[in-house]
Design a protein around this ligand. Sequence first.
Ligand code: MN
Length: 298
Amino acid sequence: MSSASPAPRSFIGCHALVWTGTFDAAGIRLSVEKTARAGFDLVEFPLMDPFTFDTAVAAASLAEHGLSASASLGLSPATDISSEDPEIVAAGEALLMRAVEIVGELGGTQLCGVIYSAMKKYMDPVTPKGLDNSITTIGRVADRAADLGLSLALEVVNRYETNILNTGRQALAYTDRVARPNVAVHLDSYHMNIEESDMYSPVLDCGDRLGYVHVGESHRGYLGTGNVDFDSYFKALARIGYQGTIVFESFSSAVVAPDLSRMLGIWRNLWQDNEELASNANDFIRGHLTAVKSIDLH
Ligand code: MN
């Protein structure tokens, strides 16, 4: 197993659902403009339905504001590639192939998120056949991504959102089986805070196979107001020399994407002013990165 190729540049980004739950042309433009104005380098678009996403509008808006893009998604029960039903797996593969193309059309480099199963609360463990389907399909999508010069990052999420990858070590074992150099692990502090033993070890375990990072609070609200140990998280990122993308993620009932927000259980409003929230998050992430850089001097 060769290690995942590192992202070509380090970007600090913001998830577009901080701004809007509607990704029509107006929603795309709004999320790009607001992300740029808050000081970020990159916007992460949720591609819950890649077949309706207007890439021309997005590409023009990104160019206008000098912003980069990535994309993420969670598969649904109808597109669950860890299903034993070949038609459902094929539908999931078609959706992922289109999502990969969109990342390329936006000039991005990575597709991430829960792309290896549905994003939902499963009532049973994954079956061996379902896991094989997931790994085989991700391998094919990774090959298509490689043809386009892109990579995949598999997001480790908590037990209520998938039954396949709940810890960093599970993700490493899964990517070993996929055995493609452009498939990396995607860690998220919100999920790690639920499932991992600490905020440090999973980052070290992943090392150069860590390809994408989400920064989210324990309640998915304002950074610094929950119980995530961000000091350990950022120290660990510094310790492995992480140079990849880092994206702020926050969800509130104030901004709703019906499919995504419902699935994530976003029932409460945890912030009023998303401009202030995002601007603070940008400062928070960059401040932590600056602080941990000085560890080299210790
Ligand atoms: Mn996340």
